[in-house]
Design a protein around this ligand. Structure first.
Ligand code: HEM
Length: 224
């Protein structure tokens, strides 16, 4: 059966590094926020005590930073050198698709909107990821190096960073658990799991159904 590339090997490796660093950061960070619960005590022991947990948290933080820096250069290279379009940036069609899809769910529109390589849901998730990562890295570095931060930032920035880092951590965890996990695991269409993150490919059938515009562009034909 014919298959189409959805994620390249490079993108799949970036995704796996993000999964590992993010889950490690959540597992070693949230026990600090909820330090008086039994599960937090369990996780802290599992990571070899409070000190060791902190070292693992910072190490995973450095991996996340390296992944983010790499991703920035990777996107820049594709855009500036290879002259590829930034397909994950929202455009006017995405705004129309949101309204169209709402109409479809309410039974007003007869057909669902037709998407290209990335739909508005995926673009929104990607932008939330980029924004969240920037916030976590900046606030994480301030918490890590308060003496350095205090040299050129006002005192209050330390308190703001603590609150932001802690709340954004919970928000990111819940967003992944509810939003992303539904989309790639619990959604009846892909349950128990979409294998795109491993194989990088999707079938012709899925391509026609979920990425009709991309399918037509690649195949050079119009589908009804
Ligand atoms: C999505 C990524 C991350 C998550 C989910 C996360 C989560 C957390 C949480 C929940 C706390 C406890 C805050 C509190 O309630 O007091 C924390 C603390 C901290 N985080 Fe992160 N974090 C992330 C990324 C980072 C990064 C990138 C760095 C470093 C560059 C970092 C460095 C720190 C430091 C230094 C602390 C202070 C407490 C400790 O020793 O663990 N974090 N993190």
């Amino acid at each position: 059966m014919k298959q189409y590339i959805r994620l390249t090997l490079n993108q799949r490796i970036q995704h796996i590094i993000l999964i590992i660093s993010f889950l490690t950061l959540v597992a070693t960070g949230l026990p600090v926020r909820y330090h008086d619960t039994a599960w937090a005590g369990f996780l802290i022991n599992l990571f070899g005590g409070f000190e060791m947990r902190g070292i693992i948290h910072r190490t995973a933080g450095v991996i996340m930073i390296l992944g983010f820096v790499y991703h920035t250069f990777y996107i820049g290279y594709l855009w500036i050198i290879r002259r590829k379009p930034l397909t994950l940036l929202p455009n006017f069609k995405d705004a129309k698709d949101v309204v169209h899809n709402l109409g479809y769910f309410l039974g007003i529109a007869k057909q669902a909107p037709r998407f290209d390589h990335f739909n508005y849901i995926e673009k929104a998730e990607y932008l939330a990821l980029i924004w969240g990562t920037i916030v976590m890295i900046l606030t994480g570095l301030i918490l890590w190096f308060p003496d350095k931060a205090i040299c050129f930032l006002p005192n209050v920035i330390f308190d703001i960073s603590t609150v932001l880092h802690s709340c954004e951590a919970l928000l990111a965890f819940l967003a992944i658990l509810i939003w992303h996990f539904y989309y790639v695991h619990l959604n009846p269409h892909v349950f128990p799991m979409s294998k795109v993150w491993l194989t990088g490919k999707i079938s012709e059938e899925d391509m026609k159904e979920e990425r009709a515009l991309e399918y037509e562009r690649i195949e050079g034909k119009t589908m009804e």
